[in-house]
Design a protein around this ligand. Structure first.
Ligand SMILES: [Zn+2]
Length: 256
C-alpha cells in the first residue's frame, strides 16, 4: 500500500473519533467501527482524486462479481466490515484493501490477471488483511512503540480504548507495513477463500509467478513493496495444494 502516496493523495484524515470503552481488548487497537470509518474516509478521498472506472467497465464488473462470490462464503461475523470494490485507472501493478473493507485494484494489475481464479486469490489475500485487522494491529504496535511503557500501563489500568485517530494522515494508513506473519496469514486466507468460493487456489500462486515476471521485465513492482518477492511464498501455496490431495476445477479465463 505504500506506493499510493505517490498518486498525490494529500488529505488529512481528521476522523474525530472519541475514545470509547473497549473492555478486554488492546487499548491501542482501533475498533472495527473505527477502522470502517477511517477506511471509508480515505476511500472517498481516493475516488475524488483518482480516475476510478465506472461500474459499467467490464473490469469493474468482473472484480465485483468474483468478490461477491467470495463474500458469499463469509459468515455473519463479517457483517461488521463494509466492503467495496473499485478499480483505479493506473499502470501501477498493485491492489490494496483499506482498513474496514474498501478495496482498490489498479488496471496495471487487473490487465495482467488472466483468470478469475487469479483474481480470487488476490482478493482473498486482501480481504484477509481486513478480516484479521492487520492494519489495526500494526497501528497498535507502532503506537505502543511511540508512547512507551508508562502510557501503556496507564491505558491498561484505565481499561479504555485510547486509539486516537484524530488527525491521522493518509501516510499512517498507507505506510504501516504488514509483518511477514500477516502476509503469510493473508496468503493462507487467499488460499482458503479461493477454495471456499469454488476457485482453483493455483490462481494465487500463478499471480505471484506473474508478478515475479513483471519485475524481471522491468515494470514497477509496487505489489512487491508490500508483498516481497519471495519464492518460498509460491512454494508454500504449491505445498498446500499438494497437501490438500484435492483436484481443483480448471481456471476460468477472464475474457474482456
Ligand atoms: Zn498483503
Amino acid at each position: 500500500m505504500k506506493r499510493i502516496s505517490k498518486l498525490g493523495l494529500s488529505i488529512i484524515v481528521s476522523a474525530a473519533i472519541s475514545p470509547t470503552a473497549f473492555c478486554g481488548a488492546d487499548a491501542f487497537r482501533p475498533s472495527p467501527e473505527q477502522q470502517v470509518k477511517l477506511g471509508k474516509r480515505v476511500a472517498d478521498a481516493l475516488r475524488k482524486q483518482e480516475h476510478v472506472l465506472p461500474a459499467s467497465d467490464p473490469r469493474v464488473k468482473t472484480l465485483r462479481r468474483v468478490a461477491r462470490r467470495i463474500l458469499a462464503t463469509f459468515d455473519e461475523r463479517d457483517a461488521v466490515w463494509e466492503y467495496s470494490f473499485d478499480v483505479i485507472d493506473s499502470k501501477e501493478v498493485n491492489a490494496f484493501a483499506l482498513p474496514g473493507g474498501s478495496t482498490f485494484f489498479f488496471t496495471g494489475l487487473l490487465d495482467r490477471i488472466k483468470t478469475e481464479d487469479e483474481l480470487a486469490g488476490v482478493l482473498g489475500h486482501e480481504l484477509t488483511h481486513v478480516r484479521k485487522q492487520h492494519w489495526a494491529y500494526a497501528y497498535a504496535d507502532s503506537e505502543r512503540r511511540n508512547l512507551g511503557l508508562t502510557v501503556l500501563l496507564m491505558a491498561v489500568r484505565a481499561n479504555s480504548n485510547i486509539a486516537n485517530l484524530a488527525g491521522l494522515t493518509n501516510e499512517v494508513v498507507f505506510d504501516l507495513p504488514f509483518s511477514r506473519k500477516h502476509e503469510t496469514e493473508a496468503d493462507d486466507g487467499g488460499f482458503d477463500a479461493s477454495i471456499a468460493a469454488g476457485y482453483n487456489p493455483e490462481g494465487l500462486a500463478d499471480t505471484f509467478e506473474m508478478l515475479r515476471q513483471v519485475v524481471k521485465d522491468g515494470a514497477p513492482p509496487e505489489f512487491f513493496s508490500d508483498h516481497p518477492d519471495d519464492k518460498n511464498r509460491i512454494k508454500r501455496i504449491e505445498d498446500k495444494i499438494s497437501a490438500s490431495g484435492r483436484n481443483f476445477p480448471a481456471q476460468v479465463p477472464i475474457d474482456y
